[in-house]
Each structure stands twice: as C-alpha cells, then as structure tokens.
Ligand binder design. Structure first.
Ligand code: HMG
Length: 408
C-alpha cells in the first residue's frame, strides 16, 4: 500500500492587487513588503466567490482523472466558513456531483485543520484501501484595510484526493504534534476580520515548530538530514525562510546559507504571488516546490510543517513518487497566476468591503470573473451557488486580453 496524495490542484481568485500599489497607497516602502515579508502580489476574491466556490473550483480539477464513485469522504478544512451549522463540504459535494453514499464534514483549527483532515483521511484509506478521500482546504485571509497584516492577505484553495495508491506524494505515518492555548490570532464569531498579535504570533509559530519537530524526531527516529526539501505553513513567504533557518540552527544542521535556502526557496514562489490562504497555504507551498522546483524530485523526502494559530503545529514527511510530474496541473496553475486582472486600489477596497446582507433578504451578486462555480446570491437566508459555463469563462478572458492588448 502507498497511502498519500493521488491528485492535487489549486484554485486562486482571478483578481489581485500588486503590492507596489498597496505600498504607495499606505505610504510604506515597497522593500518592506518585498524583502521584509517577501510578498509581491495579493489574491483578491471577487464578491461572488467564497470558500465554497474557491474550494469547489480546486476540487473540480483535482477530480479530473479520478472515478468520482470511489470518493466516500469529503473533508472541508476552513476558518472562513459560511455557516455555523452546515458544512461547506455539502455544498461542494452537490456542485461536484459526488455520490450520495458519502461522509461530508467541515473541520476547523486555524490554518492547520487541512493537515488534520489529511491525516484523518489517510486513516480512512488505511482501513478501507478501496476508498478515496477528497480534502478541500479553502480560505480568505482578511486583516483589515490599513492594518499591519494587510500586505499578507490573500486567498485560494487546494484540493487533494487521497488514496492507497498515491501518485504524487507518499505520506509517512509519523507526525509530531504540539498544542498550546495562546492568543496570537483569532476571529470571534461577530467579526469578519482576524485579530492578531503579529510579532507574538511569529514567536509562537517558531516555538510550535521546535516542539512539533522534537516530537516528530522522537517518534520517527528521522533527522534533518533525511529531508531534501522543506515546506512550511506560509502566512507570508519570508516566514518559511525564517522557520527553516530557525530549525537548522536548533538542529546544528551544519549547512551553509545557500544550501538551506535551496531547501526551502522553491516552496515560496506561489505564496509570494498569492498571499496567505490559511488552510491551503502549506499545500500551495508543496505545489510550488513540485511545480517550480528541481525538475526531478523522484524519491526525495519532503518535510512539512503545518501551523494553526491558537495554537497547534504538526510536522510530518513524505516521499515524492516516480512519475509525479505527469499527474500535476502545472500549466493550469501557472496560467491562473499569470492571467489575473489587476485591481486598482479603489476596486480592491470595494471588493474587500462587499458584504452579503445579514438580514438574509433576496440578493443577487454581480457577475465577476470566476472559475467554474460562483455564488449567485442569497434567498431566504440560503446561499445560492451556480456553475459557470466554460464559454462564459473564456469570453471573460478574451475580453480582458483585448483590453490589455496594446493599440496598433
Ligand atoms: P509589521 O509590524 O508591519 O512589520 O508586521 P515589521 O516592522 O516587523 O517588519 C517586517 C519585516 O520587514 C522585518 O524583518 C523588518 O526588518 C523588515 P524581520 O525583522 O522580520 O527580519 N523591514 C524592511 N525590509 C526592507 N526594507 C524596509 C523594511 N522595513 C521593515 N524598508 C507582521 C509584520 C508579519 C507581524 C504583520 O504583517 C502581521 O501581523 N501579519 C499577520 C500575522 C502573521 O502573519 N503571523 C505569522 C505567524 S502566525 C501564522 O502563521 C498563522 C496565521 O496564518 C493564521 C492561522 O493560523 O489561521 C496568521
């Protein structure tokens, strides 16, 4: 049995903000965003997108070569849930046309519930190797206009199909955990934006890394030198580098700065251009490594650290499987990253400030550029989702290409 990731894909909003524009508007030196926190661009969801549409768009792609009748469990990991009772997984399950004999659930623990979802999913696969599990991690990171966290905002989703016949990454059974009750970042029910003690959150993240790593080492017997590459939860890309240097120092890894940088740098490329996507962030880092890193990672071991504020950390590892490249959606992901519409600062603030009426009255959301699913509106307190015909997606892309083309 080869339990792990059979298929993985990401989806990001089709709009974004260049951080040069944000720096100008907030009167901040762009170098602080670019070098200090390592960000270039922020993904901005449209008013007719939410975690259900983001996640379902990612899952549609991840399921492309999978027999949907084999999916028996859908776990939706998010901290930007749309309902206090009903799981986002149920909306996704319907939009994706999954079989009715399916278990569907939503999970929460800040950014790291996606990793618990992954390990719960793998336990299911170990018990029932004939079944497959769909994990969807989707989030929208919001800190507030003009806040210190603003340049780290972002959003998007990653979906993974887990099976006993992994085609991309075999996941090792050992996991190192660390939990501690701290208030570094949280979002009470009555708020749309997170509250955060930014500098403290970085300290807590590094402490959770040290402790989860120690538990992992004791449990698995593996060490730093067993891994060729590392992926970290990325609230912003510089955090990945900070975390790796911290771990290497703690372990007396004996590697030079260049070697350490090479172990983590390929996992940072997507985050720089997306921003924080909470539960999806670590797995966007994994995609970034697999799709932009060294051409042949077959047989290499990757160490992954998942962090969720509040807080919980988990360290685990996996081995890249021969032939993995042919199962990736690299071209699609790079098209998504390269073909986004730049918002002006005013448009970004309008998107950011858009809210659905809390009274539940009938409301239709304006149509924007989205993927294959959008939030059509609300009626009787019920969210309405609809598929978007691919012709309409292509027409929006073509119209934008015409606008962007230089006049001749
Ligand atoms: P800040 O106060 O804006 O920035 O907050 P700063 O003053 O600390 O500067 C940041 C870095 O830029 C520093 O580098 C500066 O020196 C440098 P460092 O000391 O870290 O090496 N800098 C410059 N560099 C070049 N040119 C310049 C310049 N000026 C300054 N001109 C902070 C930054 C990250 C705290 C803020 O953005 C924030 O609060 N972010 C949100 C919280 C966060 O991301 N925390 C990370 C750990 S917690 C986590 O990962 C969990 C999370 O994802 C949530 C979840 O689990 O659900 C957030």
């Amino acid at each position: 049995m080869n339990p792990g990731i059979e298929s993985i894909s990401m989806y990001i909003p089709r709009y974004g903000l260049d951080l040069h524009d944000l720096a100008r508007a907030r009167n901040v030196d762009y170098a602080k965003y670019h070098q200090g926190i390592g960000q270039e661009y922020m993904a901005v969801p449209a008013p007719d997108e939410d975690v259900v549409t983001l996640g379902t768009n990612a899952a549609r792609q991840a399921l492309q070569n999978v027999d949907r009748s084999e999916i028996r469990t859908v776990i939706f990991a998010t901290e930007s849930g749309v309902d206090q009772s009903k799981a986002a997984a149920i909306y996704a399950h319907k939009l994706l046309g999954l079989p009715a004999n399916c278990r569907t659930v939503e999970m929460k623990q800040a950014c790291c519930s996606s990793t618990s979802a992954l390990h719960f999913g793998l336990s299911t696969v170990a018990m029932h190797p004939e079944q497959k599990v769909l994990i969807i991690a989707a989030d929208i990171a919001r800190y507030g206009l003009g806040s210190a966290g603003e340049p780290t905002q972002g959003g998007g989703a990653v979906a993974m199909v887990l099976s006993a016949d992994a085609k991309i990454l075999r996941i090792d059974p050992h996991v190192g955990y660390y939990t501690e009750d701290v208030m570094d970042f949280w979002r009470p029910n009555y708020r749309d934006e997170a509250l955060v003690d930014g500098k403290y959150s970085i300290k807590v993240y590094l402490n959770a890394l040290e402790n989860a790593w120690k538990h992992y080492k004791d449990d698995s017997g593996a060490g730093f030198a067993d891994f060729a590459h590392f992926c970290y939860h990325l609230p912003f890309s510089r955090m990945g580098l900070k975390a790796h240097l911290h771990l290497a120092r703690h372990e007396n890894a004996g590697l030079g700065a260049k070697e350490l940088q090479a172990q983590v740098e390929p996992s940072l490329a997507y985050n720089r251009r997306i921003g924080n996507a909470y539960t999806a962030s670590l797995y966007m880092g994994l995609l970034s490594l697999l799709e932009t890193g060294p051409k042949n990672l077959t047989g290499k071991r990757v160490g992954l650290f998942s962090y969720g504020s509040g807080c919980m950390g988990a360290f685990f590892g996996g081995k890249v499987i021969e032939g993995y490249r042919q199962h990736l959606h690299t071209r699609l992901h790079q098209d998504l990253l390269d073909n986004r519409q730049n918002l002006t600062l005013a448009e970004y603030e309008d998107f950011y400030n858009h809210v659905l009426p809390a009274t539940g009255e009938t409301y239709r959301t304006d149509r924007h550029r989205t993927g294959s699913f959008r939030l059509a509106g609300i009626e009787n307190h019920q969210r309405l989702y609809e598929p978007v015909p691919s012709m309409r997606i292509m027409a929006a892309d073509a119209a934008e290409a015409r606008v962007a083309a230089p006049a001749v």
